[in-house]
Design a protein around this ligand. Structure first.
Ligand SMILES: *[C@@H]1O[C@H](CO)[C@@H](O)[C@H](O)[C@H]1NC(C)=O
Ligand SMILES: *[C@@H]1O[C@H](CO)[C@@H](O)[C@H](O)[C@H]1NC(C)=O
Length: 158
């Protein structure tokens, strides 16, 4: 009984340490959610919720994308980024930087901006992301999946 208790405590502690160190590297669920939260507040959109199933699917696609070529899985509601030492928070920041290409009134992108449009899609409620190191040993690929998906043709994000 005492032994089991100790084991659980140690397990609990190591989980906490893993969780803590993870939370500081920009790749934890809360980092991805936080990276989306400011812009969604700006437009008074509901905050996204982390979805473990989406995260699993995103991680699986990241694992299959280690050539870093950013080929999408073909499923809707997916954003990808890759770069040297890329972390999740910064990947989302790169997508948000497409904001300057987007004209809300015309609902048009001057340069590609569908990643940004996805971050402000009102109907999207859930987010799950994953990250994998590319074959070059330097770059990381980040995949986020969104549900329900955004970028529906003929619709504005909100
Ligand atoms: C994520 O990457 C960016 C850009 O390299 C860096 O500035 C930032 O500190 C990183 N975030 C964390 C939490 O490590
Ligand atoms: C959001 O969802 C509602 C209800 O399903 C739908 O009628 C509407 O067209 C959707 N809006 C966008 C912008 O996708």
């Amino acid at each position: 009984m005492g032994y089991l208790h100790k084991t659980l405590l140690v397990f609990g502690l190591s989980m906490a340490i893993i969780h803590l160190s993870h939370a500081q590297d920009g790749n934890a669920p809360e980092d991805y959610i936080a990276a989306h939260s400011c812009i969604r507040k700006v437009f008074d959109l509901p905050q996204l919720q982390w979805n473990p199933d989406l995260a699993k699917a995103a991680q699986a696609w990241a694992d299959q994308s280690k050539n870093c070529k950013l080929k999408r899985s073909g499923k809707c509601g997916e954003s990808m980024a890759a770069g040297p030492n890329l972390n999740g928070s910064y990947a989302v920041q790169m997508w948000l930087d497409e904001k300057r290409e987007y004209d809300y009134y015309e609902h048009k992108c001057k340069k590609p901006c569908s990643h940004y449009v996805q971050t402000i899609w009102k109907n999207t409620t859930c987010l799950g992301c994953g990250r994998a190191q590319c074959d070059d040993g330097v770059s990381w690929v980040v995949v986020c999946k969104y549900d329900p998906p955004g970028n529906i043709a003929g619709e504005k994000p909100f």
